[in-house]
Ligand binder design. Structure first.
Ligand SMILES: [Zn+2]
Length: 313
């Protein structure tokens, strides 16, 4: 969580006019009250112009100047408007006004608008509350003294809105250790850059060096991963087959692929390519005819009858 800036505008006489009737001592401060301003918060706006507009309404309804001690805009910038020694009219409860410091966040955190505080606002609110409650021994308010406006007002009010009040109460109930809601930053581009993880090493592409190259007349004429393809190139055009390691394997491949001529040439096989009945040129072998046993029996009987007649003759 970054440290949000606090801009001191207590010197602005419109937002912080003299109002001696409501002066007080710091040691009377026993509460811290959180508000929303119930004005729709844009993404990009002039914070000080917004506060002057709100102050104009406060002049009309409440009293001189802006009636909040602190404002927190969408980017978490904290504006310090009124001194602690100035009581303001913000709580709808006069004794509480006299005893409290008021913090107001820009936005409309209640139905029907239901804006949610920005991540910056949650973080800046916690930062401001921590500072007020732990770094200001001049007044007694501590973390268990932080309330939403509606919790102290005599009149009905929704302030600080349903989307913010839970955080305020959690801050109080945990003595300043609420969980910061995981909502988006309104301006993530002005957050301190988180260290970007070291990019993964660019993977080295697998080597594409071919296993075989064919050279002819000192010039490469082919590159192949398959030995047979390199051999075919060599057969077609000649030259040398060189491995990726620079070894000339022409003679090795020649020995492998060229069948050595036999000492005695085999008898040429005259094979008629059209004679598919003898495609390999192998000599035809007569298959002996096996006599049908029934025919054999008939022939035997006929023979026997002939012999019988011959004996009679
Ligand atoms: Zn309020």
């Amino acid at each position: 969580m970054k440290t949000y800036p606090m801009t001191d505008v207590r010197g602005d006489s419109y937002l912080n006019p003299a109002w001696p009737e409501e002066a007080r001592s710091e040691n009377s401060i026993t509460k811290i009250i959180v508000h929303h301003d119930a004005v729709v918060r844009q993404h990009d706006y002039d914070s000080m112009a917004r506060y002057r507009s709100e102050a104009a309404a406060h002049y009309q309804r409440l009293g001189p100047g802006l009636q909040y001690h602190f404002k927190i805009d969408n980017i978490g910038e904290i504006f310090w408007i009124r001194p602690f020694t100035q009581a303001t009219y913000h709580a709808g409860n006069y004794p509480v006004n006299r005893q409290s410091v008021s913090i107001c966040l820009d936005g409309y955190f209640h139905p029907d608008v239901n804006q949610i505080p920005t991540r910056e606002q949650y973080e800046a609110l916690k930062q401001l509350l921590d500072w007020l409650c732990t770094q200001n021994p001049s007044f007694p308010a501590v973390q268990s003294d932080v309330f939403a406006h509606r919790e102290v007002s005599d009149a009905y009010t929704a302030c600080c809105g349903n989307t913010l009040i839970g955080f305020v109460q959690e801050y109080r109930n945990t003595n300043g250790n609420p969980v910061i809601p995981n909502v988006p930053f309104d301006w993530p581009e002005i957050q301190p850059s988180t260290p970007t993880p070291k990019p993964a090493d660019v993977p080295i592409p697998p080597s594409v060096a071919p296993k075989y190259k064919v050279f002819k007349d000192g010039k490469q004429i082919g590159a192949y991963n398959e030995e047979a393809n390199a051999w075919n190139k060599y057969i077609a055009e000649g030259g040398q087959v060189i491995t990726a390691n620079g070894v000339d394997v022409t003679s090795v491949l020649t020995a492998k692929y060229v069948t050595p001529a036999p000492a005695v040439p085999p008898k040429p096989v005259t094979t008629d390519p059209a004679d598919v009945t003898n495609p390999g040129g192998q000599p035809l072998v007569e298959v002996p005819v096996v006599p049908n046993p029934i025919i054999q029996l008939i022939l035997y009987v006929i023979n026997w009858i002939k012999q019988l007649f011959n004996k009679k003759g």
